[in-house]
Design a protein around this ligand. Structure first.
Ligand SMILES: [Zn+2]
Length: 91
């Protein structure tokens, strides 16, 4: 089976880049930064980052419509590749 053209980044990428993960509730706009190491312990370093959302639930409203993104340290820097963002995931 061919790999999809847009193969998502893996948790190992966040470890390599020393990034945290921003978890964002689509419904109530609640955001939180979480550490990656516990996710790697639980899901493995090769786990696709967008799929982490399936394991998340909003602590404020209980919603499971969650999107996850690497927590960029340089969000204000112009020219950051747009390809490094992920669309909101819906189930
Ligand atoms: Zn919420």
């Amino acid at each position: 089976m061919r790999r999809p053209v847009t193969d998502p980044a893996r948790l190992s990428y966040l470890v390599d880049q020393k990034l945290r993960l921003t978890v964002w509730c689509i419904r109530c706009d609640h955001r939180a930064d979480i550490a990656v190491a516990p996710l790697v312990d639980k899901l493995g370093a090769n786990y696709p980052i967008p799929h982490v959302a399936r394991h998340m639930k909003c602590s404020r409203c209980g919603n499971r419509e969650i999107t996850v993104n690497p927590t960029w340290n340089d969000e204000d820097v112009p020219g950051r590749p747009k390809s490094m963002t992920y669309p909101p995931l819906r189930t």
